[in-house]
Design a binder for this molecule. Structure first.
Ligand SMILES: [Zn+2]
Length: 264
């Protein structure tokens, strides 16, 4: 280092030598930049590998969700039917749930109006040899807030800033007021023992048959750009038989069915 400084001092005034020195320094600097970027990408992929493109996507949606008000997309009007109310990042709940809840076998609760169809569906699934279980039903907005908070802490534990952690957490947990679980008419379903094979069997059955009971698969993986939610194989929402059949038969989302496409 001392040698180099010395040499540079001696060569000062010699334009050719000076240019050569600068070239060397620029090359070294470029090399360091490339190395640093390479290491950063490597580390990021190691921890978050497959999530990267989805993080980029979620970033945009998060920014929009914080700007949007309950008005949602211009021109879209909420249905008067209780089972067709849209709740997503653009369309938050306008009032907290105040209906009647029915508690299920393992403690999850649902709007009592969807209970008979849910029960019929489970009876038929059991008759087909499956053992479904409702993991989650109705959630208060306080419960939603605490789920979001703990997800944020989890990402901060990986060294993310609060802002970054919040953006990442919002891919998994909705902002309070924008989770369909606060409506009480959706359920997260798995199997009794929760192992992969039996849960997959339940979801396959659901995808085939849920519309007959008025349910839809709410967040298909290939519809993230519309729903703003990662694929959630386990999340089914009640919309009533007529809407459910059209949505599931056409392979569309509730947003598409209602004509409430996202703004971007
Ligand atoms: Zn869910």
């Amino acid at each position: 280092m001392a040698d180099r400084r010395n040499k540079r001092g001696i060569d000062r005034g010699d334009p050719v030598e000076k240019q050569r020195m600068y070239k060397g320094e620029i090359l070294a600097a470029l090399l360091i930049i490339v190395l640093v970027i390479g290491i950063a990408i490597g580390v990021n992929q190691f921890f978050y590998g497959f999530d990267l493109p989805e993080i980029a996507f979620a970033g945009t949606s998060v920014a929009e969700s914080s700007i949007d008000t309950s008005q949602g997309k211009a021109g879209f009007k909420q249905s008067n039917d209780w089972n067709l109310i849209l709740v997503n990042r653009d369309h938050p709940l306008t009032a907290p749930f105040d209906g009647e809840l029915t508690e299920l076998r393992y403690g999850a609760k649902v709007d009592s109006r969807i209970y008979p169809d849910l029960q019929d569906m489970f009876d038929e699934m059991r008759a087909d040899g499956l053992s479904p279980r409702v993991i989650e039903g109705y959630r208060t907005s306080e419960e939603q807030q605490s789920r979001l908070d703990s997800k944020i802490s989890e990402y901060m534990g990986y060294g993310k800033s609060r802002e970054e952690a919040r953006e990442m957490a919002l891919q998994w947990e909705a902002e309070p007021g924008t989770s369909e679980h606060e409506l009480g008419i959706c359920v997260d379903i798995s199997s009794e023992n929760g192992d992969n094979d039996s849960a997959n069997a339940v979801w396959e059955w659901m995808d085939e048959n849920c519309s007959r009971f008025g349910f839809i698969k709410r967040y298909p993986r290939n519809k993230m750009a519309i729903t703003g939610v990662r694929g959630e194989q386990w999340h089914y929402r009640y919309v009533g038989e007529e809407a459910a059949k059209e949505i599931m038969d056409k392979g569309i989302t509730l947003e598409e069915y209602l004509g409430a496409m996202p703004k971007h």
